[in-house]
Design a protein around this ligand. Structure first.
Ligand SMILES: [Zn+2]
Length: 63
């Protein structure tokens, strides 16, 4: 019995590093919603950039 050659690496066309580009974006109360598209395979995705959790920090007192 010979050892089977198990070189079945899952190399699919869809496995690549997506190069997302933002097609459009708009700001919601949850943050900024971005509609992105991959320039390599035309996959689409919706990203959410969470709203800034921290308000601006005051560095000096009012003068
Ligand atoms: Zn892609």
């Amino acid at each position: 019995m010979s050892a089977p050659e198990t070189l079945s690496l899952p190399v699919a066309a869809s496995v690549h590093e997506h190069a997302w580009v933002t097609e459009s974006a708009h700001v919601t109360s949850e943050g900024r919603v971005r509609y992105v598209r991959c320039t390599g395979c035309l996959a689409r995705r919706v990203d959410l950039d969470p709203a800034a959790a921290m308000p601006p920090v005051r560095l000096s007192r009012e003068v």
